[in-house]
Design a protein around this ligand. Structure first.
Ligand code: FES
Length: 107
């Protein structure tokens, strides 16, 4: 995976992420979940803020991801916790799509 001076990192092919799906990727030491919803792509940390589970193993319902372990739910657009037991919001990342390439801006 390559990054440019703006911090944008190639994350996946757009064609690898179908509408309504979530995909986990490892980017420069970050575990990131990519989501396709509403015809757009969103990115958050892939590890639940409650304990240790990968949200990419969970269920995406519209703009809401449900953790596979204890069923906390988060809004993928802003990372906000919607349902317990998680209390901490998810970190989100800017996403852009360039042709068939999904890019994520890391810190
Ligand atoms: S690890 Fe996600 S809700 Fe507990």
């Amino acid at each position: 995976m390559s990054s440019d001076v703006g911090g944008w990192v190639r994350a996946a092919r757009r064609s690898d992420l179908r509408e309504g799906d979530v995909l986990g990727v490892e980017l420069e030491g970050h575990s990131i979940a990519l989501y396709a919803a509403d015809g757009a792509v969103f990115a958050t940390d892939n590890v639940c803020t409650h304990a240790y589970a990968r949200l990419s193993d969970g269920w995406l319902d519209g703009e809401v991801i449900e953790c596979p372990l204890h069923a906390a739910r988060f809004d993928i657009r802003d990372g906000k916790v919607l349902d317990p037991p998680a209390t901490e919001d998810l970190k989100t990342y800017p996403v852009r799509v360039d042709d068939d390439e999904i890019q994520v801006k890391l810190d």
